[in-house]
Design a protein around this ligand. Structure first.
Ligand code: ASP
Length: 338
């Protein structure tokens, strides 16, 4: 009698454990019965709203690298990260070794983020002196925290032996010189801001779109992936937008603004972060996709929220679609396997 009771007890406990396991899976993004057996995948990569389409080749290389990674790990997040590292190492994009200089003309501050539907979420902001910030964001996702910034993020990088990068290329200096030239004005500059950037203070109060100089940088990079198991992931990396004050952080490391991934898809934004955060853009667009709006319509509606003077772009994947939309040229690549 006692042994029958023990058997029943064990079966009940077994079911309870199974239920708890399924509930945890659901809370990690499987709640809409994401197919775990499908074989196809979708990858969309961008090289920043306002960057020339000449850079499409860099996005194509990045997307191809993501396909290779899917062949190795079959993991959507690893694929998105692989794509972003290719663009961080390219030198033409405003990310990784190509990141823009802050207005002091000497400092590079970078932001990056990763998120997927397996529950991984990590970001870094305003970090200096590291190579491949997206890999640092990935490392943060392994800690109890989701976001590390500034000095703490740099110390974390040192503690885990993350590679450093402090070189500033002539290309970065030239881009900065062009921005300064167009910003020249008559207002006194703040400490830490190059004297030639005087007009910056007069024209940008952060409440309205900055009257951007022609050479203002966006060029953030991003990738969204639907993996062969139906999971979604997003990865972003940026040197911020130029011109910017020291310590400035935009939308790229801010969940729901620059990026979002959930059971209905993944969305990445690019453009002027100060404007993007006001619309919680990535989560807003994700919500429309989750409600059943066709993906392209959701992207266009998202961009339609902004004054046309504000450069903005979006990429997204859903269970059945993959797309992009921007109010500027935006280098990009898309690989879809049915
Ligand atoms: N969104 C980025 C930022 O504001 C810039 C970009 O997308 O290029 O930091």
């Amino acid at each position: 009698m006692l042994s029958i009771f023990c058997l029943l007890h064990n079966v009940v406990i077994g079911y309870a454990i199974l239920d708890a396991y399924m509930a945890r899976r659901n809370s990690n993004g499987d709640k809409n019965q994401m197919s775990l057996t499908q074989q196809g995948y979708a990858i969309v990569v961008h090289g920043g709203a306002g960057s020339p389409r000449d850079y499409d080749d860099g996005c194509e290389r990045a997307a191809e690298r993501a396909v290779e990674e899917l062949g190795i790990s079959a993991d959507a997040l690893e694929a998105a990260i692989a794509a972003v590292t290719v663009m961080e190492d390219d030198g033409r994009f405003n990310a990784g070794i190509g990141s823009v200089l802050c207005l002091d003309g000497a400092t590079v501050e970078m932001d990056a983020s990763v998120m997927d539907t397996k529950g991984r979420l990590g970001a870094i902001a305003c970090v200096q002196g590291v190579k491949n910030p997206v890999l640092l964001a990935r490392a943060v996702a392994e800690t109890p925290h989701w976001l590390l910034v500034g000095e703490g993020a740099a110390r974390f990088a040192a503690a885990i032996g993350h590679p450093q990068w402090t070189e500033i290329s002539q290309r970065q200096r030239d881009a900065h010189a062009k921005v300064l030239k167009e910003l020249s004005g008559s207002m006194p500059a703040m400490p830490g801001i190059d004297q030639r950037a005087k007009a910056f203070l007069r024209f940008w109060n952060y409440q309205k779109p900055l009257e951007l100089p022609e050479n203002a940088a966006c060029d953030t990079v991003g990738a969204v992936v639907r993996g062969p198991d139906g999971h979604f992931a997003v990865a972003l990396s940026t040197g911020g937008s130029a011109p910017s004050l020291l310590g400035r952080v935009g939308d790229t490391p801010v969940i729901g603004s620059g990026f979002y991934a959930g059971s209905a898809g993944a969305v990445a934004a690019t453009g002027i972060g100060e404007q993007i955060v006001r619309h919680l853009l990535a989560r807003t667009v994700y919500g429309w996709i989750d409600d059943g709006m066709p993906l392209q319509q959701a992207l266009e509606r998202g961009i339609g929220l902004f004054d046309p003077a504000v450069p903005v772009g979006l990429i997204a994947v859903s269970r059945t679609e993959a797309g992009s939309f921007s109010n500027r040229d935006m280098p990009q690549a898309r690989i879809v396997k049915e």
